[in-house]
Structure formats: C-alpha cells, structure tokens
Write a protein that binds this ligand. Structure first.
Ligand SMILES: [Zn+2]
Length: 98
C-alpha cells in the first residue's frame, strides 16, 4: 500500500486525469480526490488540484444518438463516445453538444 501511495502521488503530481488514476488503481473516480486529500493531510507532497469536472455531474445518461446508456461527463454531454465521434458526419445529430 505504501508503494501504491508513492505511485499515486507521482501520477497525481504529473497531472494524470482522475479517471486514469481510478482505472490504474481500480478505484471509483470519486475516491481519487479523497485519496489525494488524505495523503496531503498526512504530510505528503501532493499538489493541489481543482477537479476538472464536478463529480456529481458525471452520471449515466442516455445517448441521444443511439439510445444506449453511457457515462456522461456533464449535463451537456449527451452523446456516447461512439456517436460523438460520428456526429460530424450524421446530419441528424448536428447541434448536439458532445
Ligand atoms: Zn451513442
């Protein structure tokens, strides 16, 4: 666990995205900020970072393109990554924010 902390601090201070950290350490993204905070409180040299997105904004939403549930990063994010990548070529999806 100590080794994990060191790796975490290294990646965190390098500006690694919380989603990437979560996947790397197999934790929920929402626990990553708390982990960094705990380490900082214990006196570790952990950089202060403003969350890129409000975690409460991240939730499952229905894709306006294909209708499937996907992990939407914010209220304006209504297309899954697949449909978002193809939005430019699908005229019926024009004007939909990624
Ligand atoms: Zn879709």
């Amino acid at each position: 666990m100590k080794r994990d902390d060191a790796t975490f601090i290294e990646m965190w201070n390098a500006g690694t995205d919380t989603d990437v950290l979560a996947a790397h350490f197999e934790r929920e993204p929402k626990t990553i900020i708390g982990w960094a905070t705990r380490l900082r409180q214990r006196g570790h040299d952990v950089a202060l970072r403003v969350p890129r997105l409000d975690a409460s904004e991240v939730k499952k939403r229905k894709c306006m393109g294909c209708g499937k549930q996907f992990r939407s990063m914010h209220v304006g994010n209504r297309l899954c990554s697949f449909c978002g990548d193809h939005a430019g070529r699908n005229s019926h999806l024009e004007g939909v924010t990624r």
